[in-house]
Design a protein around this ligand. Structure first.
Ligand SMILES: Cc1cc2nc3c(=O)[nH]c(=O)nc-3n(C[C@H](O)[C@H](O)[C@H](O)COP(=O)(O)OP(=O)(O)OC[C@H]3O[C@@H](n4cnc5c(N)ncnc54)[C@H](O)[C@@H]3O)c2cc1C
Length: 414
């Protein structure tokens, strides 16, 4: 049901944000909630309609400048859309989050022609994008990428495979990171980003395979077998692929995943509070027992912390403050807090937690999906330790958010 933003967010939200919050809640209740049982019952199917409906509302254009038809509403607005959708369906929120990372890449690294060609389609909702970085062997080690792109006249020929690619089956355009220099060249110069249309000869996507959770969301395997793209499809400069992957992951991937885990977290607390207050015990309900109230209180404390972490980080980003470590920390801690609450929720439900027709087991499965993408816990802590030691090399929020200042006239204005 539609809700109002908690007062803890008053510092971060404008009137326009409040409106978006209500719109997102209403949309999720009307269009997403009724689809969840079907998505859960058919894990082998890719849910297309939710993505299509979100696209038609212009939600993939929330950070895109108005000159390309976007809302230019910024990162707090994007977080609202993902968070509120995620309370109802983490899978639908994952579709939204995954589509925004490559849009960020095109927005910040595309040349004028590329932006003019692709961003209006993304903003209008007629084109979904994916970002394809992860490989079967390299995993989170971007420097280990083996997908190769060879120059051939005015063309590049790309060969390799990419796994766990969010929206793989829905995207009309993939941002593919490939190796354009030998293995002994440092990753900071050896990788390049390419815009690869889904219907290029030699590009295929393996059949969707259902996983543990996030039913309806697709994160599949892309195969590139001598796919030819013109030089005009190079995003950024040749050799900038590592930076494009890193900056998109930090500025878009981290906060997006934070918002997904926040949505799941909120649903966990709501479900548990309802359960405890509705389950009879002795002369009252389980919610009357101090020991159980104590655990619910701990869940609520975690949720409140996760909420402020999430919105504070993107507020800084909208204000063009240097905030990489806040974006990283919010993703890291947001997941940790939600995963701890998921365990409490499961235990507080007793055997009911395990019933297939009860939402809790879905939430418990879905929260596992916010650990690996946009940097696992280990990778976040490696980067946070660098921040603690003053060893951070590049502050992406400072570099790119400032560059994109024209997209956000004044995010703090009502
Ligand atoms: C829902 C979802 C959506 C995704 N969407 C995308 C997408 O759109 N595009 C895309 O390219 N990828 C995507 N991914 C893939 C995601 O980015 C990878 O799962 C992630 O980078 C980790 O890689 P891996 O799973 O191969 O694990 P591995 O890299 O094999 O790591 C396995 C374990 O070892 C640890 N580890 C590995 N190396 C180190 C190290 N040097 N130091 C300390 N610990 C280490 C990791 O933290 C992890 O715990 C998605 C994944 C999921 C689950």
């Amino acid at each position: 049901m539609p809700t109002s933003p908690p007062t803890a967010l008053n510092l971060y939200l404008t009137g326009a944000h409040h409106q978006l919050w209500h719109e997102a809640d209403a949309f999720a209740a009307e269009h997403v909630a009724p689809r969840v049982p079907r998505m859960e019952a058919s894990p082998q199917k890719v849910e297309r309609r939710t993505a299509q409906l979100m696209a038609q509302r212009g939600w993939f254009g929330v950070t895109i400048p108005t000159q390309y038809g976007g809302m230019a509403a910024g990162h707090v607005a994007k977080t609202i859309l993902i968070h509120r959708t995620g309370v109802v369906s983490a899978a639908a929120a994952a579709q939204l989050q995954a589509g925004h990372i490559p849009i960020g890449a095109v927005q910040h690294w595309g040349n004028p022609e590329q932006k003019m060609r692709w961003l209006p389609q993304a903003a209008a909702g007629t084109l979904l994008l994916s970002i394809a970085v992860t490989e079967p062997q390299a995993g989170g080690h971007i420097g280990g990428i083996q997908t190769e792109a060879e120059a051939d006249g005015g063309w590049w020929v790309i060969t390799g495979s990419k796994v766990h690619i969010g929206n793989s089956h829905l995207a009309g355009l993939h941002v593919v990171i490939a190796r354009t220099a030998p293995n002994d060249v440092p990753a900071s110069q050896a990788l390049t980003a390419f815009l690869v249309e889904h219907d290029r000869k030699g590009l295929s996507v393996d059949r969707h395979r259902p996983g543990l959770g996030m039913h309806g969301f697709t994160a599949g395997l892309l195969r590139l077998n001598r796919v030819r793209v013109p030089h005009a499809n190079v995003l950024g400069d040749v050799g900038q692929g590592l930076f494009i992957a890193q900056s998109s992951s930090i500025l878009y991937g981290r906060p997006n995943l934070t918002a997904v885990s926040l949505g799941i977290h909120e649903a966990l607390v709501e479900t548990t509070a309802q359960w405890l207050s509705g389950r009879p015990r002795y002369d009252g309900h389980l919610s009357d027992l101090p020991i159980l109230r104590d655990r619910l209180g701990a869940m609520q404390a975690r949720l409140q912390n996760a909420l402020v972490l999430a919105y504070h980080a993107v507020h800084l980003l909208d204000r063009r403050e240097p905030c990489d470590s806040h974006l990283i920390g919010a993703k890291h801690t947001g997941h940790e807090l939600a995963a701890a609450s998921a365990r409490d929720a499961m235990e507080l439900h007793g055997a009911r937690a395990l019933d297939g027709d009860y939402p809790l087991q879905r939430l418990f499965r879905d929260i596992q999906y916010t650990y690996p993408p946009a940097g696992t816990g280990e990778f976040q802590r490696i980067q946070l330790a660098k921040a603690a030691l003053g060893e951070t090399e590049i502050e992406w929020s400072e570099r790119l958010a400032a560059e994109a200042a024209w997209t956000h006239p004044d995010p703090t204005a009502a």
